[in-house]
Structures are given as C-alpha cells and as structure tokens.
Design a protein around this ligand. Structure first.
Ligand code: SF4
Length: 496
C-alpha cells in the first residue's frame, strides 16, 4: 500500500470515523490506501513495525487529545528508522497552535481542519509532484454533497463489535468558549436522503447501535424527526430485534412534535446526552453559552417523566467565575430533575478554544500536558479541585455505574453535592485510590459509610442487596453503557 491512514483509538470499541472519511474520499488513490488502527497503550516499537510492514510511502495520522503523546513517540521513531516515509498529520489536536507542537515539528506536513479533500490532494502532490512547498495546509471545506460518506467502510467486525459513529451534520452554530465546535461558523447538514440510505444499509448488515456525533441533533427539528422515524419504523417492523440510537441535544429546544416522537420509543432504545455545563447565568454569559435554564430544566423533567429515554446530562466543574457553592447548586438542581446519569467533567483547555481569554482574569491554571485539565482557578484552589476530580471519579463508580441506584438515592439525601462530597473525601482517606477498587470492596465500603452515617448494619445490607437484586433482574440500568466507560463530552466531541 502506498498510503496508510492510522490513528490510536482510545479503545478498541471506538472505530475511527475520521479515517474512514479520509479513505472514502481518496478518489483515484483509494485503491492504494488502507487503514491501520491501533489502541492507545501499545509499545511504540510494535506500532512502528506494524506500520512499516505495509511498506507505505505516506502515513497519515489522526491526532487527538487522547493520543497525541503516544503518536508523537510513534512519529519520532518512524522518522528515525524510515526517514523516507512521508508523515502527514491531521485531526483537532494539530489543527490549532500547530507551530508550537513537538509532533508537528517531527512531521513533514500537517492538514488543519477538514481533511476530506485537502488530504488526498496533498498525497497526490507528494506522489506525482510538484512537491508541496508549505508544511501546514488549511483544510478546504467542500460542499457537503461532495463528501463521500464512509459508512460502507465499517467492516462486519466493526458492526458486530464496535460503536458505529454516524453524523447527519457537522459543526455547531453555538459559541461555548470551552468547546472546539464554537469555532465553527454554523452546522452543515449532509443531504438527508443519502445519509438515511447509508443507515438503512448499515441496519441491513446487522448494525443495531448507532451513535450520532452531531453536536446538536435537535437543531433542525424536521431532520431530527425523519431520523427518529427511521428508528421507529425499524422498531415497529422488528419488535423483537432492539435497536439503539444515541443523540446529543441542546436542552432548551424540544418542540411538541419532537416530544411526541420521543415518547413513542420503547425503554432503552433512545439515549440522549444533554449538555448543561453550568446553571449559573453569569458563568454561562462569561463562556458565551446561550441557554434558557428554565426551559432546559422543564425539558429534562419532561424527558424523565414522560419518555423512556436514558438521559445523560453533563456539567463542567472549574469554569471561569464558578465557585464550588455555585457548582453544588447546579449539581443539586440537576439531581432533583431526575436524570439517570450526571457526567461531572472537569474543564479542559482544548487547543484553539477561546476560553483562553479568561486565563489571566480568572487565574485559570491548566495542566500543560494533555488533556490540559484545569488545576486551579481564582475561585477553586488546587486542593479543592483535586477533591472535585475524586468526586467525579467516585460519582462514576457509584452513581453513574447504575450499580447502586437505591443506595445512591439514600446517600444523596436532601443535600446531594454535600453528602456525596463527604463520602468522596471519606472513601479516599480509606482507600488512597480512585481506580482499581473491586466491586465487592466498593460495596463493602459503601455499606460502611452508610453505617457511619447512622444506618444500622441490617438496613444498610438490605439497601445494598436491593440494588443487587435489581441488577440480577435486569433492573433499570440493565444494558446501558455507563458514563464511567465514556470519555467526557468536551473530549468526545473531538472524535469525528
Ligand atoms: S458545547 Fe455543544 S452547543 Fe456549545 S459550542 Fe460545543 S457543541 Fe455547540
């Protein structure tokens, strides 16, 4: 193969949509191009050996926040042992602040932004001349109808074992400053009929779990309705053959027609991820996030009470202008609305995002290494931020895992943030760990905590046993993917 497209995925189950788009759009070079995916955590020498086994002339790497450090090592080694191989980088991590990055210095070329037409053109120039003079090439955005869709490139193994990412649109019209999508001018839809035909094809090949990476699925309600009807038709035609669809929604836009459609889905078929990020209007204004909090709360409540959708709602700690008390109020409000999962993320300074303008005024201190997590602000010191990080981790283990549904409700009581923070601080002093806590040990610790808080031993054991029985019965959280297994939304948005 002349051209190799490669990336290091965060997990085996994450099939790279970006690489498949590139391959689908290689035009006359497509027959000379192949994909070689890896998973982070492998030995650099093994990766380089496997890349070179293809004898490529060009290797294109998809570089993301989760793989930039390992990919930098791969590129450095590759250029040492095979300097004749041309290395091209692309992906969100190298699309901004390109010149300052070690990986960009090691590579021959970088494509920033959209690679669909710019990457194949660059490869053609490298192979056939004239040789490109510039190192950094700004990706050209073609009309959406001219982008070849990549879904036929999902293999049967991908369909059987991996998450299938799909997108009906790219971009976002909103301007939340912590998010890379804020740099998009708007959202651009793919022609809907062609997209639905591809979904039909995937479904016909056995695909049953579709994860939409559209930033705001409910932006254009007509389109949303047609896509949802596609899934409703499948469910109606094959009631014994469940299909699952995952969408990201803006919370304050749920017209009646959409509600009617949502209400028709059976339990578990629909998963919504809803970004709240902060309920504090001053913080929202600071980071340019437009959100009608009352409408958002009403819609979340409606979804919890009138639909069988699994809801996953995001909050971000460490935003400029938000102290712990404000975050806690937002958290408690969200718990009261009844969402099944609250993803508690810690702010990251993604390369290129405008949130950097608040660094000085709000004393924002970020980790200089990926994923560039905020370490302190003028309102939350480092030690407190560490407590929040641990809270998020234990929250995933206990609440979002769905393993302790009844117990969590009791633990939270009428002051969810305060009570869970007390548990988080206590369990950390008991274990000195936030990872690798076996489930049975975690259950024992939770019981010990309940007893410390005044519950007698038999009642605490019975409460935990009720969760265990619920799981054996395939209870409320039966087959869902847990937030603990999912990367935070800020990062996940980089996946496509
Ligand atoms: S956080 Fe969501 S709504 Fe805001 S810019 Fe990003 S994708 Fe758009």
């Amino acid at each position: 193969m002349t051209i190799l497209l490669s990336t290091l995925n965060a997990r085996y189950t994450h099939a790279s949509l970006g690489l498949r788009y590139l391959l689908a759009n290689m035009g006359e070079l497509r027959s000379q191009t192949t994909i070689q995916e890896f998973v982070i955590g492998a030995k650099t020498t093994d990766l380089v050996e496997r890349l070179l086994a293809h004898r490529p002339r060009i290797v294109g790497f998809g570089v993301y926040i989760w793989n930039v450090e390992e990919t930098t090592r791969v590129v450095a080694m590759l250029k040492r042992v095979a300097p004749e191989v041309t290395v091209i980088l692309g992906g969100p991590e190298v699309s901004y602040e390109t010149g300052e990055q070690a990986i960009a210095k090691l590579a021959d070329y970088v494509v920033t932004g959209w690679g669909d037409v710019t990457f194949p053109k660059l490869c053609k120039d490298i192979l056939e001349g004239p040789q490109p003079l510039m190192k950094v090439h700004a990706g050209v955005q073609p009309p959406m109808a001219e982008i070849a869709l990549p879904y036929s490139l999902y293999s049967d193994e991908d369909i059987a074992h991996r998450t299938l990412y799909v997108e009906a649109s790219r971009g976002c019209p909103f301007k939340c400053e912590f998010c890379l999508s804020s740099l998009d001018k708007t959202a651009w839809p793919f022609p809907l009929d062609g997209f639905l035909a591809q979904l039909e094809n995937l479904y016909g090949r056995g695909a049953r779990l579709f994860k939409f990476v559209d930033r705001t699925f409910n932006l254009n309600v007509k389109t949303s309705l047609k896509i949802m009807q596609f899934f409703l038709d499948k469910i109606e035609a094959n009631p014994g053959d469940p299909v699952y669809a995952h969408f990201e929604l803006v919370p304050d836009h749920l017209p009646e027609a959409l509600k009617e459609s949502i209400a028709k889905f059976p339990p578990g078929a629909l998963q919504f991820e809803i970004g709240i990020q902060s309920f504090n209007p001053e913080v929202q204004a600071l980071v340019s996030r437009r959100q009608d909090n009352a409408k958002a709360a009403d819609n979340i409540r409606w979804l919890c009470e009138h639909s069988q959708t699994h809801l996953h709602v995001d909050l971000i700690a460490g935003l400029p202008g938000e102290d712990v008390a404000s975050f806690a109020r937002g958290f408690d409000h969200l718990v009261s609305l009844g969402a099944q999962e609250i993803q508690f993320g810690i702010l990251k300074r993604l390369r290129g995002t405008p949130i950097i303008r608040h660094t000085g005024p709000f004393g924002m201190v970020y980790d200089p290494y990926p994923p560039y997590t905020v370490l302190a602000t003028n309102l939350i010191d480092f030690a407190t931020m560490q407590r929040l990080v641990r809270f998020a981790r234990y929250w995933d283990l206990v609440a979002n895992s769905g393993r302790f549904g009844n117990t969590t409700r009791v633990m939270l009581g009428d002051a969810p943030f305060e009570n869970f923070m007390a548990f988080s601080d206590w369990i950390y002093t008991r274990t000195d760990a936030t990872h690798r806590i076996a489930l049975d040990r975690l259950a024992r610790l939770v019981q010990e905590w309940l007893q410390l808080r005044g519950m007698d031993q038999a009642a605490a054991a019975a409460l935990l046993a009720s969760d265990y029985a619920g799981r054996i019965d395939g209870g409320a959280h039966g087959a869902k993917q847990t937030a603990a297994a999912a990367p935070a939304r800020q990062v996940r948005h980089l996946a496509a």
